[in-house]
Write a protein that binds this ligand. Structure first.
Ligand SMILES: *Cc1c(COP(=O)(O)O)cnc(C)c1O
Length: 353
């Protein structure tokens, strides 16, 4: 082995859901939104000539629009290349203690990857037998806390009262609430920003705004923590946000009606789909997200996953302790969910014969 091999950072990367190349698939595996971005986003990027310039490093058009939308000051908003970038930057900025950071055992599987990458000690507290957060597990010494609400991949929303309890018990460390799915159900922790100086709320345009391909995420907090994030960003890459993202992201925020309509459609389809597959013997955890986490009363999840894939329907399966008999199914259009339900109906019937 060459001597330099000791100097290489060795990490086991996060594995995202498959992005199949063929177009004749029903894709319910990465929680994308089936409706596409607001029509205002289309054709807005006319001035291609302006791409010769570096974008505004402060991303002010988008920051200002988001500040207006959420009723906060622009100094309270940080934007990044998807919430993955915002979260990674937050880990780097806020989690610099020798004490372990805390997050649940079943959660977004990027958290432990970032902790490993940045050499941050961490401990995972087990969710209870109903996959609920145990808030008391977070009432101990720690170097920071992060969890999604609603949680992924369970879709379970934790009551804001309990979220506040966790923040209140941890005023010596930063608490990051990852609200990737909050638009599909539940009360945001944004209302607590003025009350607690240790709270950072992270959001994304990838799910509810249907813009996963553009990569936009943001954090809202107090000006002190947002400045700390910006200082780290400017020490790393001043131009994380490209010009098309700034322009198209801003247009999306301006079209609240389209946003609300499409989110409501996804929620209605979720209710309809849960009811349909319940009749086929599936049990779904109560979802507040744009996906459902489902298990079948008799058929192993892995078998269903593989059969669906053969039928060109992609869902997500995690070969991990406690959740290896569940499928995470993203909510597509009614037509897509009907097609998947039809497939399941036939599959369950043939399996039982
Ligand atoms: C999808 C997701 C993200 C990342 O979304 P981006 O596309 O990077 O904005 C972050 N956290 C959770 C819990 C997610 O499910």
């Amino acid at each position: 082995m060459a001597a330099w091999s000791d100097n290489i950072r060795v990490v086991e990367p996060y594995v995202p859901g498959e992005q199949p190349k063929d177009s004749d698939v029903i894709k319910l595996n990465t929680n994308e939104n089936p409706y596409g971005p607001s029509p205002r986003v289309r054709n807005i990027m006319q001035d291609v000539e302006s791409l010769r310039l570096y974008p505004d490093p402060t991303a002010s058009v988008l920051v200002n629009e988001l500040a207006k939308y959420h009723g906060v000051d622009p100094s309270q908003v940080f934007v990044g290349v998807g919430s993955d970038d915002v979260l990674a930057m937050s880990f780097l900025t806020f989690f610099n203690s020798d004490k372990p950071i805390l997050f649940p055992d079943i959660t977004y599987s990027f958290y432990d990857v970032w902790a490993e990458l940045f050499k941050i000690p961490y401990e995972r507290s087990a969710l209870d037998e109903n996959f609920r957060l145990v808030k008391e597990d977070y009432y101990r010494e720690n170097g920071g806390i992060v969890f999604p609400n609603p949680n992924a991949p369970t879709g379970i929303y934790e009551d804001i009262i309990n979220v506040e309890e966790i923040i209140r018990h941890n005023q010596d460390s930063i608490v990051i609430v990852d609200e990737a799915y909050i638009d599909f159900g539940g009360e945001s922790a944004l209302g607590l920003i003025d009350k607690y100086d240790n709270l950072v709320v992270v959001r994304t345009f990838s799910k509810s705004r249907s813009m996963a391909g553009l990569r936009i995420g943001y954090a809202i907090s107090n000006p002190v923590l947002i400045k700390a994030l910006n200082d780290v960003k400017y020490s790393y890459n001043s131009y994380t946000m490209n010009l098309p993202s700034l322009i198209m992201g801003t247009e999306s925020v301006k079209d609240d009606e389209y946003f609300r309509n499409t989110v409501a459609k996804v929620v209605a389809t979720r209710t309809r789909f849960v009811e349909a597959i319940r009749q086929l013997g599936f049990i779904c955890l109560h979802s507040s997200a744009n996906f459902v986490f489902a298990t079948h009363e008799s058929i192993p999840a892995k078998d269903i996953f593989e059969a669906a894939k053969k039928a060109h329907i992609y869902v997500r399966y995690f070969d991990k302790p406690r959740i290896d008999n569940y499928l995470r199914i993203s909510i597509g259009t009614d037509e897509e969910m009907d097609a998947f339900t039809d497939f399941l109906k036939k599959y369950v019937q043939s399996y039982n014969n």
